[in-house]
Every structure is written in structure tokens, then in C-alpha cells.
Design a protein around this ligand. Sequence first.
Ligand code: B16
Ligand code: MG
Length: 216
Amino acid sequence: HLEAVIFDLDGVITDSAEYHYQAWKTLADGLDVPFDRDKNERLKGVSRMESLEIILENSGLSFTKAEKERLAKQKNDNYKLMIQRITPADLLPGIAELLTSLQEQGIAVGLASASQNAALILERLEAGHWFQAVADPGDIRKGKPDPEIFLRAAEMLDVPPCNCIGVEDAAAGVMAIQAAGMKAVGIGSVEQLGAADLLLASTIELTVTKLQKLLA
Ligand code: B16
Ligand code: MG
């Protein structure tokens, strides 16, 4: 039976992908490296340093580790300025209602985001009070599709993975959830997330009843 729901952040709770795009675009333009929204799709759910590697691939540019860290910091400083603009109105459709219903029904709520800025974003969204556990990606050895971050959130909630559901918008995230032994809800298209146990086109379609049915 359903005891806990573990959410991804970007693309599920709020859409910070646009800010990631703008911050990476500024960096790429400065380096004269081509970068567009198509390529940005590949960065979803991927860590900051891996994202930089994807942007630099085939660029002909090579940087030392220290230089790459400086570039990533430059992008993140700019991104952090942008996310100051986030308000509770940026919660994706239906999310506030879903989180309230989960709370009312005594179902635990956790966060498994690859973002080092997750806590700051939850604060801007005034959404932190709904979460009993926020896994720290700085503490995780392997990123998604490895199950580690979902398992960590379940452990923090003290709920066995088989009684958890994970919600994701990225293919690597759906794989991570299933590898953790949890049922996966995908938010997006069948092309990207066909492997999900339940696929919904938008967060507005998420209800506690649908989630409970998945573990019935
Ligand atoms: P940061 P999620 C992920 O968040 C984003 O989807 C991904 O695009 C980003 O690179 C990653 O967080 C790291 O973010 O630079 O803020 O640490 O989808 O796992 O909630
Ligand atoms: Mg995501």
C-alpha cells in the first residue's frame, strides 16, 4: 500500500528548466559554442558538471578541471539570480492540491532532485512544509539513472521502497525509480517516458486515488 510519494523537482514540482536553459545559453554564447532548446532537453535530470560536458562536446574546446568548475560556477551564479524570481505561483498545475491531499491522508512526501539548489527553490515556492525528507544530491555518489537518490529519500522517510511511488519528468529519472524497486509515474510524452508504470501528460492529472491504485 502507498506510504510515501517521492518527487523529482524540476519538471514535476516547478519548471526551472527554462532558467537552466537561459543560464547555460548565456555561458555557451560567451564561449561561442552552439546551444539551443533541443540540446537543453538532454540536460534534464542531469547533474551540473555532466550538463557542462554535454554543452562542450564537439566544441573543439578543452578545459582543465579547475576551468570547468569555474564555468559551472559562473552558470550557477547566474541561475541563482534568476531563481530569485520564483514565487508560489510557479508551482506546476495541481501540485499544491496534490501535496495538500497527501498530507491530509498521512502519506509521506520526499524529494529526490539532482539540483543543489532544490532547497532554495522549495523555499521560493513556499513548498518546504510539505516535504518530510529532501535527499541531498551532494551526498549521492551516482546520479540518475542510478536508484541511489530515490533510495536515500525512502530511507530518510523510513518507508520500504515497495511502498513508495516516484514521480519524474525525465527518462533517466523513471529508470532510477524502477531500479529502486518503486512504481514510477512519468509526467510527459510516451516517446520519452514509455517505460513508466503510469504515464500522465501533465501534473494536473495527478491525484491521490490514481497513485493509490498503482500500489493496490
Ligand atoms: P543544479 P531535477 C535537475 O533537477 C535538472 O533537471 C537538471 O537540468 C540540472 O542540471 C540538475 O538538476 C542540477 O541542478 O545545477 O541546480 O545543481 O530534475 O533532478 O529536479
Ligand atoms: Mg526533472
